[in-house]
Design a protein around this ligand. Sequence first.
Ligand SMILES: [Mg+2]
Length: 164
Amino acid sequence: MNGARTSHGDSLLLRVTKYDGEAHWIQRLRVLSDDGLLLRAHASAGAPIFTSRGEFRSRYESFVHFWRDRWYNVFRLAEPGEETALWYCNVTTPPELEGGEIRYIDLDLDVTVRAGGTIELLDADEFEEHRLKYGYPQDVVEHAQAAVGELSALARRNQFPFDL
Ligand SMILES: [Mg+2]
């Protein structure tokens, strides 16, 4: 099990790097629930997000699902007061929690799932580029590819967290 258990209302700093250690994404989150395996957190629309491409503010509410043992996470994005607009799934190393931070390495690949059921794989070219550039170990490549398959299967079956 990676890291300490959190409680409802705790503030967490999400700190994402790429495989070479470069900062990729930093965002403040508020814990909704944590059962020791699944941690659910929230970020309000309009809250600042710091990325390698600069700061921006999302127009979406983010409801984030982190599993301590999975190679992906799922951001359910919704306009304030509206239904889900999009599930944005990041393929990553399993998250680690320490000192009020949640950290993982972003492995480029993303899966988007729309409310109508459309599933799309993004950034496969970037994954291939970084796989060669940084020399992703074979087990990392296999975990990342399996994560895409698992996300797609859950989405096709409308299973949690794609069950709204
Ligand atoms: Mg990506």
